[in-house]
Write a protein that binds this ligand. Structure first.
Ligand SMILES: [Zn+2]
Length: 122
């Protein structure tokens, strides 16, 4: 796909699907060569950088780290043939467990390894 066809008009109007298509256009060949496991490791690495950014509280840096995590998540989703916009549909009707917006489920006790595992908790 030619790069121009996926280049967004403005970042502020980017949909989740457009973002995934853009990241795919930029990186898919590299992502495919690296493979799923290597790409997943990069996602984890960038998530660690986001964690460090959250601790520091540097707003500019945080925005970059969120963007990087989102880009690596999009890369991994594309490698697995997952449409992130479709995956996000899970939450369109509100909390998948209680069906409310906002969620009215009782707070789950935090898990040491993964306090917000949505597929498990919701
Ligand atoms: Zn809920």
């Amino acid at each position: 796909m030619p790069a121009e066809s996926v280049r967004p008009r403005a970042a502020s109007t980017l949909t989740v699907r457009e973002f995934q298509q853009l990241i795919r256009a930029i990186y898919f060949d590299k992502d495919r060569r690296r493979g799923r496991d290597g790409t997943f490791r990069w996602l984890v690495e960038e998530t660690g950088e986001l964690a460090r950014g959250l601790r520091k509280g540097d707003r500019h840096n945080l925005e970059e780290e969120f963007g990087d995590v989102f880009a690596w998540l999009a890369s991994l989703a594309s490698l697995e043939g997952i449409d992130l916009a479709k995956a996000a549909q899970k939450y369109v009707g509100g909390c998948p467990r209680c069906g409310s917006i906002p969620c009215v489920c009782p707070e789950q006790p935090a898990r040491r390894s993964s306090p917000r595992r949505r597929t498990q908790d919701k």
